[in-house]
Write a protein that binds this ligand. Structure first.
Ligand code: ZN
Length: 277
């Protein structure tokens, strides 16, 4: 006889039954079950049949731990008992919406967040999404402080250049009423204006510039390799680039107008000019 002793013991434990509970189901004493499991005695054929039904396994499995399924005469598949799923064990079927792109864990409905990443959508589990958001916030804060610093820096640089140039032109060359000195006023006040804009609107101007750059390299726009596809590519990529370029120009123009207004009223050169008279 095969290794039925360990098989019976394993099946009983997997089913969550005690020796006496199994004995009750098979109309034998607990001692009888104990003897089978220790290989001291052997169940009769009828008991084997009952156990086969009870544990939902074949007699073959009960006797030697192997399931032989005959698909056809020439093709016999042999399974190891470890590979078999015990039917008595409750199987939990979890409905899965997908897998988190970060930790690869399966996520159930309501347990995830869909994050739109350009043209694709990604599933994040709640925890990974929290980490992602936190990192994004940090990066944005860092970028904003960098932009403010560079805005102040270039504002000061153009202000200093324009102050020095203006001083040279007005004091040394006496060109206070010349068009050149007004251009210098413009440069300086534009720098000043850029600095103010940076402090008030922050990333706004940069965002538009970034969009301009991105529209050239926008990934994932699907187009086919025929005339229609090429036209689509040209319209989408070049069209968007032109549009954002135009937008940048308009904003630049508005900037110049605002700065000119600042230059006539509050710019240091105007004050110097006033003091001279
Ligand atoms: Zn995750």
């Amino acid at each position: 006889m095969g290794n039925y002793a360990t098989i019976i013991s394993e099946l009983r434990k997997k089913a969550g039954l005690t020796q006496s509970e199994l004995g009750e189901k098979l109309n034998v004493t607990p001692q009888a079950v104990s003897k089978w499991e220790n290989g001291l005695s052997e169940p009769d054929v009828e008991t084997f049949k009952k156990m086969s039904k009870l544990f939902n396994v074949s007699l073959d499995y009960l006797l030697n731990g192997k399931e032989e399924i005959s698909l056809n005469q020439d093709d016999i598949l042999t399974f190891d008992k470890d590979e078999l799923i015990v039917v008595n064990e409750p199987t939990l079927h979890k409905i899965i919406s997908g897998y988190c792109v970060k930790c690869k864990e399966p996520v159930a409905p309501g347990e995830y967040e869909v994050v739109s990443n350009g043209l694709t959508q990604e599933i994040y589990c709640k925890e990974c999404n929290r980490v992602r958001k936190e990192r994004q916030r940090k990066i944005e804060a860092e970028n904003r402080s960098k932009e403010i610093k560079s805005g102040i820096f270039w504002g000061i640089v153009s202000l200093v250049i324009s102050l020095v140039l203006g001083f040279v032109l007005i004091k040394i060359f006496g060109l206070e009423n010349d068009a050149i000195s007004w251009i210098v006023y413009g440069v300086g006040s534009y720098g000043l204006g850029a600095m103010v804009c940076m402090l008030i609107w922050g990333t706004w101007l940069f965002d538009i510039f970034e969009f301009f750059i991105r529209s050239f390299q926008m990934p994932g726009v699907i187009f086919t390799l025929d005339i229609d596809g090429l036209i689509f590519l040209i319209v989408v990529k070049i069209g968007l680039a032109l549009l954002s370029g135009l937008l940048s120009l308009v904003i630049g123009l508005i900037g110049v107008i605002i700065c000119s207004a600042i230059a006539t009223v509050g710019f240091p050169f105007t004050l110097i000019h006033e003091l001279k008279n």
